[in-house]
Design a protein around this ligand. Sequence first.
Ligand SMILES: NC(=O)c1ccc[n+]([C@@H]2O[C@H](COP(=O)([O-])OP(=O)(O)OC[C@H]3O[C@@H](n4cnc5c(N)ncnc54)[C@H](OP(=O)(O)O)[C@@H]3O)[C@@H](O)[C@H]2O)c1
Length: 317
Amino acid sequence: MSSIVLKRTGQKMPVVGFGLWKVTKSSCADTVYNAIKTGYRLLDGAGDYGNEKEAGEGVHRAIKDGLVKREELFITSKLWNTFHAKEHVKQMAKMQLDLWGLDYFDLYLIHFPVSLQYVEPKDKYPPEWWGLDGGVHLQNTPMQETWTCMEQLVDEGLAKNIGISNCQGSLICDIMRYARIAPQVLQVEIHPYLTQEPLLNFCKTLGMAVTAYSSLGPQSYVELGMDRGVVNLLKHDLIAKVAQDKGKSPAQVLLRWATQQGLAVIPKSNNQHRLLENLECSAFDLSEQEMKQLSGLNIGLRMNDPAEIDPRMAIFA
Ligand SMILES: NC(=O)c1ccc[n+]([C@@H]2O[C@H](COP(=O)([O-])OP(=O)(O)OC[C@H]3O[C@@H](n4cnc5c(N)ncnc54)[C@H](OP(=O)(O)O)[C@@H]3O)[C@@H](O)[C@H]2O)c1
């Protein structure tokens, strides 16, 4: 299975995409171009990644060179926390589309269920978690207000699909009570240290596709000093053994563990060899026993938790 069919639109979302978080701005256009040339068709961006303009340059060069047509690409972006109020959602979606040089996103997600005070893009973009004074400033915009604006983006053709990220069951239940257009995709952190089976079962019940992020586990957080000192999954004895038995790399085993559960993955690499290796992660199967062994590593360990920035943002508590 190379794609997941989204319930409302029937659009096909590639199972393996390319993640753009921490893709260096200076190399982003070339990296995106090479990712497309290598065969990636899904690009997972966000306003917060600060490289949308450069990613767009890579896309347009690939289209101009005849590598791909726009309609063959699946481009995802995300609305940042400071733009949740009704007067800012469309303004930001349009600004981000302009940065990419696109008419529409295939998927637009609410990045976090955290609403922060507006920061003028001309003063700081991307604004990250902090206001101009260095403090975290919460804002009381209810999710319903933001979601209603996301639905209007679909009505106006600015986004083909809309979804959410970093949301848990009770908030998803609430969104489903008022959604005219149900979220098509949930993007959350999932790896063998954080398997989240109840959340996955809930999404399956709703027919909501799930994209796993940080599939390689702590690796992405080493450079941020946020890997929590656990054994790196890429060096874990169990993963190494399975990788050796299958003749695959540890990264490919971790990605296959996710895709074999029906999840989409969006690995990121600044390295052409690893980028190719990650794309080729589906040409083998793990046995039921191997799947269970990997899932058995679950310790509920989350790397990406905004409560660490400010305890008032304990969205996973
Ligand atoms: N919605 C959200 O809140 C959210 C949060 C986090 C991430 N995301 C999305 O998910 C994407 C993926 O997550 P992520 O970037 O955190 O982590 P990831 O893709 O699981 O891991 C990336 C890290 O692993 C290394 N790596 C990549 N491929 C490798 C391989 N084959 N072998 C060994 N090391 C490898 C990369 O280094 P090199 O670059 O040097 O290869 C980088 O350090 C992001 O880029 C972003 O698009 C979304």
